[in-house]
Design a protein around this ligand. Structure first.
Ligand code: ATP
Ligand code: MG
Length: 565
């Protein structure tokens, strides 16, 4: 990854446009943006990109950014989503001040605007069925056909529209449409629908309304009401921009500039809210905040620091052409922050007992272990050391290949921060699995060196058996088995590519005592295993849970993959 995105951060096409407007005084040199989520799901990393642009650009040019809930589809929206969105935007580090708005706050004003358009003769009540409306719309290559109701008088339209609002009609009986051009090459301009009848309660306006505005009708007018200058949105709205402009021109009101940018996509995950909702509903994950989800809530629980997400988004930059970013790039940004900030701890995921035969029974000493080799000010912690320890089962091999530098019969290794030990004996279960490793230690090697200066190649992490604190460790992998699950076509079921092994659990991993003091949300590095975050959830048996945020780079695994070990 190069840093050109970072260097050019002040000069992408959106910022160039904003600067041009500031130079020409188009909006009185003011910058006012908005982030307009629909509260029908949790925010994901793609939304974070929109947030960083909307809030970031406002901030850079001394402007403001509103948080506006685009709540025009009552059946899919609810207050849980509103709350989660606010929490997530705040957590990412952005602040909308007092400017928390709702499209539903403008329903009355939008209704008045619609009456204006009817009076101007550029909106009409259509009484065709939804199917007929679809048929009459035409196709991208063939023009549409005028509705037989298109030429209703202004008086009749006003009367019908008022009665639509009053609840006199059933769903689907009438809609309000803009009267533009049924032969327009852009289908969005073929008399688009402005209002539908929907007899559904709304999470904020209750049963006050039974007609609801469409996105196209609500969005630009809401931008205008709030005095937005630059309305940033994803590229799929590019061919809605003529309509955005048309409505504002007809109303002769403040006219923001819509600017489209390419949405963010990431490998090994999906960012469609519909699909994410399905993963939740069908129980593939434990809710929207499952640490495997690409949601902000999921990434928070997984331990991604907000500054790492912001750094990632800055590196990604902004463009008009759609691209897919490797999830490894996000993980790289996460590691960068955690390597600097996360304290180190020792945890054994798959323990096997190691008994030091020449270490006196009942003796206990402590070692001062550095908390973070990258940050001296992080200090040290005490690690108790005794005759019986746990080490990783995988750190021993009875008959090791040449490049295995860990423990084996007759081999000497270093126990991190403690002593050198040599394996003298292996005790096995009847089925052949190793039950216990017998070792001898060199008392001269305290703290890691020896009198004769001899070197060992392997350094292992360990936990004193008597002092071990049991924790549950969840190692999280990708949600999908293919890098582009968003590309799976209609003839296949995208759910077939959900990774059944996206979460591997060690239900009882011995951890050094200092792990017991970590609070939910705290991030640590478990030596040689990766970065982990203390969860706010407990395990089934009541143990603290740690989710793996991201792996360390595992050179052993890489060598093995390349067949070099
Ligand atoms: P849907 O509209 O299908 O419910 P959505 O993801 O577009 O899903 P919105 O709540 O409408 O959800 O999105 C809020 C804002 O976030 C919009 O301005 C949208 O353009 C932007 N956004 C959504 N997905 C992405 C993405 N992948 N990358 C960048 N911006 C995105
Ligand atoms: Mg949307």
């Amino acid at each position: 990854m190069d840093d050109s995105g970072k260097k050019d951060a002040g000069r992408d096409f959106i910022r160039r446009t904003v600067e041009e407007h500031n130079r020409t005084g188009k909006f009185g040199s003011k910058v006012h943006t908005r982030f307009p989520p629909e509260p029908n799901g949790y925010l994901h990393i793609g939304h974070a990109k929109a947030i960083s642009l909307d809030f970031g650009i406002a901030h850079e040019y001394g402007g403001l950014c509103n948080l506006r809930f685009d709540d025009t589809n009552p059946e899919r929206e609810n207050p849980e989503y509103v709350e989660s969105i606010k929490e997530d935007v705040r957590w990412l580090g952005y602040d909308w001040g007092e400017r928390e708005y709702y499209a539903s706050d403008y329903f009355e004003q939008l209704y008045e605007f619609a009456l204006d358009l009817i009076r101007k003769g550029v909106a009409y009540v259509d009484s065709m069925t939804p199917d007929q409306i679809r048929e009459y719309r035409g196709t991208p290559t063939e023009p549409g056909t005028n509705s037989p109701y298109r030429d209703r008088s202004v008086g009749e339209n006003l009367d019908l529209f008022e009665r639509m609002r009053a609840g006199e009609f059933e769903e689907g009986e009438h809609v309000l449409r803009a009267k533009i051009d049924m032969a327009h090459p852009n289908i969005n301009m073929r008399d688009p629908t402005m209002y539908r009848i929907r007899k559904v309660s709304h999470h904020r306006t209750g049963d006050r309304w039974c007609i609801y505005p469409t996105y196209d009708w609500a969005h630009g007018q809401s931008d205008s009401i709030e005095g937005i200058t630059h309305s940033l949105c994803t590229i799929e709205f590019e061919n809605h921009r003529p309509l955005y402009d048309w409505f504002l021109d007809q109303l002769e009101v403040h006219h923001p500039q819509q600017i489209e940018f390419a949405p963010l996509n990431i490998t090994y995950t999906v960012l469609s809210k519909r699909k994410l909702a399905e993963l939740v509903r069908e129980g593939y994950v434990d809710g929207w905040g499952d640490p495997r989800m690409p949601t902000i809530a999921g990434m928070r629980r997984r331990g991604y620091p907000p500054e790492a997400i912001r750094d990632f988004l800055e590196r990604v930059g902004v463009s008009k052409t759609e691209s897919v970013l490797d999830i490894e790039m996000l993980e790289f940004c996460v590691r960068e922050v955690l390597n600097r900030s996360a304290e180190r701890r020792m945890v054994v995921l798959d323990p096997v007992k190691l008994v030091i035969e020449n270490y006196p029974e009942g003796q206990e000493e402590t070692f001062e272990a550095e908390n973070n080799p990258e940050d001296e000010s992080a200090g040290t912690r005490s690690m108790p050391f005794t005759r019986e320890l746990y080490i990783e089962r995988g750190d021993f091999m009875e008959d090791p290949p040449k490049k295995f530098f860990r423990l084996a019969p007759g081999r000497e290794v270093r126990l991190k921060h403690a002593y050198y030990v040599t394996c003298t004996d292996v005790i096995k279960e009847s089925d052949g699995t190793v039950r216990e490793l017998r070792c001898r230690y060199d008392p001269e090697s305290r703290g890691g060196g020896t009198a004769d200066g001899r070197k060992v190649k392997g350094t292992l992490h360990w936990v004193s058996a008597h002092h071990a604190v049991p924790i549950e460790v969840r190692t999280l992998g990708h949600l999908f088995t293919v890098d582009r699950p968003d590309r799976i076509g209609e003839e296949e079921d995208w759910r077939d590519y959900i990774n059944p092994e996206s979460r591997q659990t060690n239900r009882r991993a011995p951890a050094e005592p200092a792990v017991g003091h970590l609070r939910p949300g705290e991030r640590v590095q478990f030596l040689r295993h990766g970065y982990f975050c203390a969860s706010d959830e407990a395990s089934d048996s009541g143990l603290p849970v740690f989710n793996r945020t991201v792996s360390l780079k595992d050179t052993w695994a890489k060598m093995r993959q390349k067949g070099k070990a």
